[in-house]
Design a protein around this ligand. Sequence first.
Ligand SMILES: [Mg+2]
Length: 192
Amino acid sequence: MKRIEALRAVVDATSDLPVIATCAATSRELASIEDRDNHLYLLDAMGLAVSVGTGLAQAIEGSAVLRAVVIEGDGSLLMNPGAALTAGYLRPENLVIVLLDNGVYASTASIPTHAQQLDLGRIAEAVDLKVLQVQNTEELALALRQTLSENGPWFIHARTEPGNEPGIELLLIDPVVHGDRFRRWLSQRLHA
Ligand SMILES: [Mg+2]
């Protein structure tokens, strides 16, 4: 499946859940599908999606917001693998990490990542995350349904094709304004 197809499946399943997306093309493609207030695009903060998502999951535990969803890439996770270890250590049951693994740094000339040799799903299993392997959008939709109804912490390992969707606009939003939009949305959901 293409990354944008995987992102559509995530968008379809997360209309009322916070979604933390890794930087660059992943965030741009997500915003191109639908730029919703529940999306937090990490813009230039590569490697931090799982960290932010884990902290958010802990912060909303026991609230009306039932899951924190993270969209991470293989290159970004490899930049900060300690975040997955921390998630495995802290074990927030409401955390759903969706790893879109295309084996390359697609935003920078498709340079191969270590994920071409290292199985990031097995690494996630080794740190006690609950891993689901998916190969297509149907499997991803099913996995999302399961992770949104059963406790995690979850790690959906989704294999995607290399490459970026053509014709996607840059995300030129002010990070402060964008962060405030997300914070307001989350605050409203928490106090609804
Ligand atoms: Mg990648």
